[in-house]
Design a protein around this ligand. Structure first.
Ligand SMILES: C/C=C/C(=O)SCCNC(=O)CCNC(=O)[C@H](O)C(C)(C)COP(=O)(O)OP(=O)(O)OC[C@H]1O[C@@H](n2cnc3c(N)ncnc32)[C@H](O)[C@@H]1OP(=O)(O)O
Length: 281
């Protein structure tokens, strides 16, 4: 089923999905269609199972200027103090959070190739990715504080797992910009490149390397690392035992070892073989 997308383009080639934010004239702001479509894309990738890595990049001057400002007071009415109004905000917010959580728990690794401004909701978004590459002009801004609100879609929950807490607080209280080089020093960004083109090329190369590995083992690795981030070493080791006991494949290990000995690329079945179960829900 082809997706009808107005905020993104999606291409899947050689097991690599490339999602591009493609409203450069609007600074790739997050309007209601953005949220709807991103969720659809993630569901689609999970269902189709063809992609083994997802690269997200953008177009124009900035990666994304965050939430489209006309949404506040427009699609989102914050002044409705009735129980129904407050409940609706809760519902909206948890739905938006769920989209980035869906990205975080997607079976395949997500690699963000960043350039220019990564503002507000875009920080929420990219902290849910596995790997971040950035061009030298990239910067991050927890802009919410500058427009009178608390960041609420994942930045304050995920960023402290990525960079020192005192730095998170500094950025979140002041709304200052964090440049690419410093972001790399702190570990938010894996590597900085001179241009957006070089950044995207590095992201695609990383995706190609991941796509050559057994998809079930990559998925298991992602689950294990994400679990370890949020649990004790002891709990995580126990979870690893259960996980490995569930996903272990003699066939995959045999194929990987044989291919290494024969100096050829290994071949692994795609996750699309899980497709029927994914369509269950
Ligand atoms: C759950 C999520 C919450 C959030 O995301 S909260 C954060 C919402 N986003 C913002 O508050 C972004 C504020 N904007 C900026 O900080 C800057 O702008 C930028 C760094 C994004 C870009 O700076 P520069 O390259 O110097 O361009 P420019 O002249 O400031 O902006 C160009 C035009 O783009 C409009 N614009 C910028 N951001 C948004 C936005 N988020 N929603 C709607 N319009 C936006 C401006 O107003 C202006 O417009 P005109 O040319 O008519 O003066």
């Amino acid at each position: 089923m082809a997706l009808q997308l107005s905020c993104f383009s999606l291409n899947i080639t050689d097991h690599i999905a490339h999602l591009v934010l493609n409203r450069p004239d609007e600074l790739n702001t997050m309007n209601p269609a953005f949220w709807r479509e991103l969720d659809q894309v993630l569901t689609h990738l999970q269902r189709v199972g063809e992609a083994r890595a997802l690269v997200i990049s953008s177009t124009g001057k900035h990666f994304s200027a965050g939430m489209a400002l006309d949404v506040f007071g427009g699609a989102i009415q914050m002044d409705d103090q009735s129980a129904e109004g407050r409940a609706a905000i809760f519902d909206l917010l948890t739905n938006m959070q769920a989209t980035f959580s869906k990205m975080e728990s997607l079976r395949i690794p997500v690699i963000a190739a960043l350039h220019g401004g990564c503002i507000g909701g875009a920080v929420d978004m990219v902290t849910a990715a596995c790997i971040r590459y950035a061009s030298a002009d990239a910067f991050f801004c927890i802009q919410e504080i500058n427009i009178g609100m608390v960041a609420d879609v994942g930045t304050l929950q995920r960023l402290p797992k990525l960079i020192p807490l005192a730095v998170v607080k500094e950025l979140a209280y002041t709304g200052r910009r964090l440049g690419a080089q410093k972001a790399m020093q702190y570990g938010l960004v894996n590597e900085v490149f001179e241009t957006p083109e070089a950044t995207l090329a590095a992201a695609m190369q990383c995706a190609r390397e991941i796509a050559a590995k057994p998809p079930v083992a990559v998925w298991g690795t992602k689950q294990a690392v994400n679990y370890a981030r949020d649990h004790s070493v002891e709990d995580s080791l126990r979870q690893m035992g259960w996980l490995q006991g569930t996903i272990w494949s003699n066939a995959h290990v045999r194929e990987a070892v044989t291919a290494m000995k024969e100096k050829r690329a290994a071949e692994f079945p795609p996750l699309s073989e899980l497709k029927n179960f994914s369509e269950f829900k």
